[in-house]
Design a binder for this molecule. Structure first.
Ligand SMILES: [Zn+2]
Ligand SMILES: [Zn+2]
Length: 169
């Protein structure tokens, strides 16, 4: 998924980019993510001043995650906006007036995939709940309390064990 600075500068119309990207690799480290659908990438690249190209659009997909309280599977749609400006540097030295909004590229073309992946990862939820009022699991017997009560005495729950947060560490 490459864009070429010179081609875009000389084009009459914005370059449309539509691609499906396999992002399973970038979620490998996440134990709470069971699966990730191929990411549908819809971007538009257009010239934005001297040696600059604007790339805007959206990334859409879906992740299967585990509810952080009861560990049931939750499908979460992902709609991630994408907006980056790339500047062709032409020489391998950053200018003195470096603009933090820009991504400087020393080659004449740039592969967008790493930036797509990065934006996707940044928008992944840290955790999900199957529902806001999820009751979680019994700390003693593991019963899913959304599905029914158990016979354990849970009247006093040590707050240190109230969450399953540590499970994911
Ligand atoms: Zn839950
Ligand atoms: Zn129980």
């Amino acid at each position: 998924m490459k864009i070429h600075f010179r081609k875009i500068a000389n084009a009459d119309e914005p370059l449309q980019l539509h691609e499906t990207v396999d992002v399973s690799r970038v979620v490998k480290g996440r134990k709470d993510i069971l699966a990730v659908a191929p990411l549908s990438v819809d971007l538009k690249a257009l010239p934005a001043g001297a040696d600059c190209v604007n790339v805007v659009g959206k990334l859409s997909g879906e992740v299967d995650m585990l509810c952080s309280r009861c560990l049931t599977e939750v499908k979460r749609p992902m709609n991630v906006p994408f907006a980056e400006t790339f500047k062709w540097l032409k020489q391998p030295v950053l200018p003195d007036d470096e603009d933090e909004e820009l991504i400087y590229i020393k080659d004449e073309s740039v592969d967008l995939i790493p930036y797509v992946e990065e934006n996707f990862v940044l928008h992944l939820p840290d955790s999900v709940l199957c529902k806001a009022e999820c009751l979680g699991l019994c700390q003693k017997c593991g019963q899913n309390l959304n599905e029914g009560t158990c016979s354990c005495d849970n009247t006093v729950i040590d707050p240190r064990f109230a969450g399953l947060k540590d499970f994911f560490k």
